[in-house]
Write a protein that binds this ligand. Structure first.
Ligand code: ACO
Length: 322
């Protein structure tokens, strides 16, 4: 695992100077205290590259041993080429096929599901990067969205592990009927960039917060239960529950319904805000780097986001080839 965030920290106090909000409102409604914001020269590939380099070093894998590079992002450097190709070139991962996946905050979960399938199909080492410079899509005059998000990247190297370790069960899913609950209206082929769309602020995130909240709690529970059932594993055997870090209230509500004890839930949304596709891999990278996850531990990751999309994966940590 690897991770990278920009240097600049934007605190709740800083936001108080930008919009009509308060540290108290943000903390009680979301659990977020600060987030990292990329400077104007930093694009998704810059953060994604840093996370990828760290993941390769931690996995002791050389860039030219990667045969597939998947980048999950909704904030690519540009519409094309794929950000995966830009990162591939910087890593000199010359033996890797490279493409992007757009599944918003579920992007990393989609990426590892595809990566797993490609490993089963014969690929040897898959690098999955989840990265978003989501601040580029945020209107810092809109208090209902600007307090929630932050920039970052996380990365994972997938490969074969010893028997008894690795992925046990997983799923990805989508419900396009909720597509407009969380979207950016312009910047694509429907409404290309033009003076009118800029003036109307159509290049920014539009969100129905309450509906997304309800969806999030429900889907975390449903998807987790389906994956546990598929794996034949009881919820109290999970050592680390690693949910998408959007809002601590969402995490707590889902955990309460699923009856997962607080000391088994990894939460870092207070420090990063919602980093979209980077959220789950940053959390997992932190767990690994802090030595909090041990060989044999069961780890359950759940992502959800725009689309609407979701994805979950249960794995037994460890058994890595060195
Ligand atoms: N500061 C102060 N007041 C605010 C702020 C703010 N930053 N934002 C909204 N308010 C106000 C609203 O205007 C509203 O005022 P009103 O009652 O006078 O109209 C009041 O606070 C309550 O607003 P609600 O929207 O009802 O607040 P809620 O408790 O639902 O919390 C929140 C809002 C935090 C956005 C919540 O709905 C949420 O977390 N939703 C999920 C969002 C999410 O996770 N999105 C990302 C999904 S992942 C992806 O793919 C990107």
């Amino acid at each position: 695992m690897g991770k990278a965030v920009p240097e600049r920290v934007l605190t709740n106090k800083d936001l108080e100077a930008l919009v009509d909000t308060s540290d108290e409102w943000i903390t009680t409604r979301t659990g977020i205290k600060q987030r990292y914001i990329a400077d104007p020269d930093t694009a998704a590939s810059d953060l994604g590259y840093l996370a990828a380099v760290q993941a390769l070093a931690n996995a002791q894998v050389r860039a030219d041993d990667i045969d597939l590079l998947i980048v999950a992002t909704t904030t690519p450097d540009m519409p094309f080429p794929a950000t995966a190709c830009i990162i591939q070139e910087r890593l000199n991962a010359k033996n890797a096929a490279a493409f992007d996946v757009a599944a918003a905050c579920s992007g990393f979960m989609y990426g590892i599901e595809i990566g797993r399938a490609m490993l089963a199909a014969g690929y040897q080492k898959v690098l999955v990067v989840g990265v978003d410079v989501i601040s580029r899509l945020i209107d810092y005059e809109d208090r209902s969205t600007c307090v929630l998000f932050g920039d970052g990247a996380g990365a994972a190297v997938l490969g074969s592990v010893e028997p008894g370790f690795g992925f046990i069960a997983s799923e990805i899913g989508a419900d396009g009927s909720g597509a407009m609950l969380l979207h950016v209206p312009a910047g694509g082929s429907r409404i290309p960039a033009q003076a009118k769309s800029l003036e109307a602020k159509q290049h920014y995130v539009k969100m129905c917060g309450r509906e997304v909240y309800k969806f999030a709690v429900q889907i975390i529970c449903d998807s987790t239960e389906r994956v546990l059932r598929k794996a034949g594993v009881a919820v109290d055997t999970i050592r680390w529950f690693v949910p998408h870090q959007a809002n601590v209230r969402i995490i707590e509500a889902a955990a309460q319904r699923l009856q997962i004890a607080a000391d088994r839930i990894y939460v870092n949304v207070d420090r990063y805000g919602n980093t979209s596709a980077a959220s789950v891999p940053i959390a997992l990278a932190e767990l690994a780097q802090a030595g909090l996850v041990e060989d044999g531990d069961l780890v359950l990751m759940v992502g959800f986001g725009a689309g609407l999309t979701w994805g979950s994966a249960l794995l037994r940590w460890g058994g890595f080839e060195r």
